[in-house]
Design a protein around this ligand. Structure first.
Ligand SMILES: Cc1cc2nc3c(=O)[nH]c(=O)nc-3n(C[C@H](O)[C@H](O)[C@H](O)COP(=O)(O)O)c2cc1C
Length: 193
């Protein structure tokens, strides 16, 4: 069976990135297990104008498995399970709080644990960070992670594809993330192709 993806959603702005990522992953028939931080639940409700439970039940009905961020007993907390079942871990959007925790080996929830385990097991890990401006601590944390093979990925959509909707802009970032994970897709128009 093809390996799936873990999606961690944190309380940074940009819930729509997670929403579109899940929509595309489902369409591409990728198996996704998802962890949503406590603050992310509230940001999702606020930014997407729907209760988090609606978001969760919509994607659960399409096969996405959700885990509580407090549940360190989840199989995802184990290195052997992660390595066997997943081709990568994506944190989208990633807050600078979660970035800081991961860069410094602090594990206070299941999202941090999955990132920590991915690093020790060499599982591709992408932190799609959303904050502006970035301070020196954020930049140092990103550099620290990039040096050990983690992709610190500031969400920064390009305009050369002539986006006409918010979804076009969001999909550009989602597509770039899937490129890093070597998933075949046509989500955004590539320059020159
Ligand atoms: C509406 C809203 C928008 C936020 N946007 C950001 C953001 O873009 N980037 C960020 O790093 N934190 C942002 N935060 C703050 C984080 O939610 C907060 O630091 C939280 O503790 C992050 O925890 P988590 O990474 O476990 O979700 C935002 C908070 C709210 C309520």
């Amino acid at each position: 069976m093809d390996k799936g993806l873990v999606l961690g959603i944190t309380g940074a702005s940009g819930s729509i990135y997670a929403f579109r990522f899940l929509e595309h992953a489902i369409r591409l028939k990728l198996k996704v297990e998802c962890i949503v931080s406590e603050t992310a639940e509230r940001v999702i409700s606020y930014e997407l104008d729907k209760p988090f439970e609606e978001f969760k039940s919509y994607f659960s009905s399409k096969g996405v498995r959700f885990h509580s961020p407090e549940n360190f007993f989840a199989p995802l907390a184990s290195g052997s399970y992660l390595k066997e079942k997943f081709k990568g871990v994506v944190i989208l959007p990633c807050s600078v709080g979660t970035l800081g925790a991961v860069a410094n080996g602090i594990v206070s929830n299941l999202i941090h644990r999955v990132c920590d385990v991915s690093i020790k097991e060499n599982i591709p890990l992408i932190l799609a960070v959303r904050e502006m401006p970035l301070n020196a601590i954020h930049l140092e944390n990103m550099l620290k992670l990039q040096k050990i093979g983690v992709k610190a990925f500031p969400i920064s959509p390009g305009f050369y594809g002539k986006p006409s909707t918010i979804e076009d802009l969001v999909d550009f970032a989602v597509g770039k993330i899937l490129d890093l994970l070597e998933v075949n897709h046509q989500i955004y128009k590539r320059w020159g192709l």
